[in-house]
Design a protein around this ligand. Structure first.
Ligand SMILES: Cc1ncc(COP(=O)(O)O)c(C=O)c1O
Ligand SMILES: N[C@@H](CCCC[NH3+])C(=O)O
Length: 420
């Protein structure tokens, strides 16, 4: 079931007509559906029901909005964080510290201290160097850091190269062929409790095959570690499930994923955890925009200039990503258009020669599947403000992130005395 549907010719988010939100909050604005977030959270959890008490940590990077985190906290989700900022958000959303896992190749000393002081559940250590530093800091703080070693299984996830994380040349994790030796070296350090293995090979995966290959390698590693006498009680299998951005995209279902995981991990005898992001939040949000004007100065497709730009939704400019674009009040007419933002870069293009709903000056439109890696990747490039965010629940909605106007951003800047 889709919670962004036409009702009497007007696109709604659940029970709320999108033109109401545009009128009250302005555009561009991200609009999230709480019912969709809850449904996705439950579908993913149900897909893992064959496992013994799996732990699910929402990848905060995909959508760190506090209200979104709160919805997931109420669904019993923990958090996968990659910075002190994300950790503070997970805690602010009342996620239990024990349900928080800290990933990332560049945890700073201050971030390690923050994680130790707040007693987070697990650090996913991405290098021997990081483990040595974390142990020393933990010892000085009188704490023990519960750790998994993130391994790089050298598996091609078959996704966009910029979001692949499990090839040998990627910066993430330790080479799996050295994992036994590094695990053993870290296990003797006084500040660490080495308890497991973590793996995450990339995002927007359209096939389960690379995941199965990677998990198979992790299973073999766990057996090797145990044969060496190491303690292995946990395995974190990361996130990565792709979502359909186009109507004909075929993606593995959470149920197929769950069945594969149950099959591959049978007999591992570990507590399993997962870090889904996009599969939970991607289709739970749209970016609502208004057409500023339509340029018809050549014989080619017109340029539909919308008020959202690459600073608000970076994925098309960064990865050439496709987002469906629909009219909020469709007339039924379709035509080929280029859809672009106002930013002074050719890359500020959302669609070229796309056959889509005809849009005219002043019309509202949405970019679909914008709930993950949308607002969170926004910038203020071209001195544009930060985009607002709204959460819808049935017939009600709330602004869950204010628009941050350019003046507020400028207010944080100073001209030094010598230039006055
Ligand atoms: C360590 C880690 N875990 C989880 C995720 C979430 O991935 P996805 O949004 O594809 O589920 C990412 C992002 O790819 C990640 O880097
Ligand atoms: N930002 C990427 C996903 C990155 C995942 C990071 N681990 C995207 O929009 O597709």
């Amino acid at each position: 079931m889709n919670h962004f549907e036409l009702r009497e010719g007007v696109l709604h988010a659940e029970g709320v007509p999108l033109p109401w939100i545009a009128a009250e909050v302005g555009t561009p604005v991200y609009v999230y559906s709480q019912a969709t977030l809850v449904r996705h959270a439950r579908v993913f959890r149900d897909a893992l029901s064959a496992l013994d008490n799996p732990h699910i940590a929402f990848a905060v990077k995909s959508n760190p909005n506090l209200a979104v985190l709160k919805v997931l906290q109420r669904e019993g989700y923990g958090a996968d964080v990659v910075s002190g900022g994300e950790l503070s958000r997970a805690l602010a959303a009342d996620m239990a510290p024990a349900d928080i896992v800290f990933s990332g190749v560049g945890k700073t000393r201050d971030e390690m201290i923050y994680g130790l002081q707040t007693e987070i559940g697990q650090f996913n250590v991405e290098s021997e160097e990081e483990g040595i530093e974390l142990s020393a800091i933990a010892e000085a703080q009188g704490k023990i850091a519960r750790c998994a070693l993130r391994v790089n299984p050298d598996v091609d996830a078959g996704t966009h190269e910029k979001i692949s994380t499990g090839k040998a040349e990627n910066k993430f994790g330790v080479p799996i062929h050295r994992a036994g030796e590094i695990y053993a070296a870290l296990a003797v350090l006084p500040g660490l409790e080495m308890r497991g293995i973590a793996v995450h090979i990339g995002s927007q995966l359209s096939s389960l095959v690379p995941l199965e290959t990677a998990f198979g390698k992790v299973g073999a590693l766990i057996a090797d570690l145990r044969a060496q006498g190491q303690n292995v009680t946990h395995a974190d299998l990361g996130g990565g499930l792709g979502v359909p951005y186009k109507a004909d995209d075929v993606m593995p279902s959470p149920a197929e994923y769950g069945a594969m995981v149950a099959r591959v991990t049978a007999g591992w005898n570990v507590a399993l955890s997962f870090e889904p992001g996009r599969i939970i939040a991607g289709n739970a949000g749209v970016l609502l925009t208004r057409v500023i004007r339509v340029k018809r100065s050549s014989n080619a497709s017109p340029f539909v200039v919308v008020d959202a730009a690459m600073n608000d939704l970076a994925r098309p400019a960064m990865y050439g990503a496709w987002h469906d674009i629909d009219a909020v009040v469709p007339s039924g007419a379709t035509s080929e258009s280029h859809v672009v933002g106002p930013i002074c870069e050719t890359g500020d293009t959302f669609a070229m020669n796309r056959l889509m709903a005809t849009l005219e000056t002043g019309d509202l439109a949405v970019f679909r599947t914008a709930g993950a890696y949308g607002a969170t990747m926004a910038s203020s490039y071209n001195s544009r403000g930060f985009v607002a965010e709204v959460l819808v629940d049935g017939d009600r909605y709330a602004v869950v992130a204010d628009r941050l106007p350019p003046a507020d951003i400028m207010a944080a800047e100073r001209v030094p005395a010598w230039l006055k």
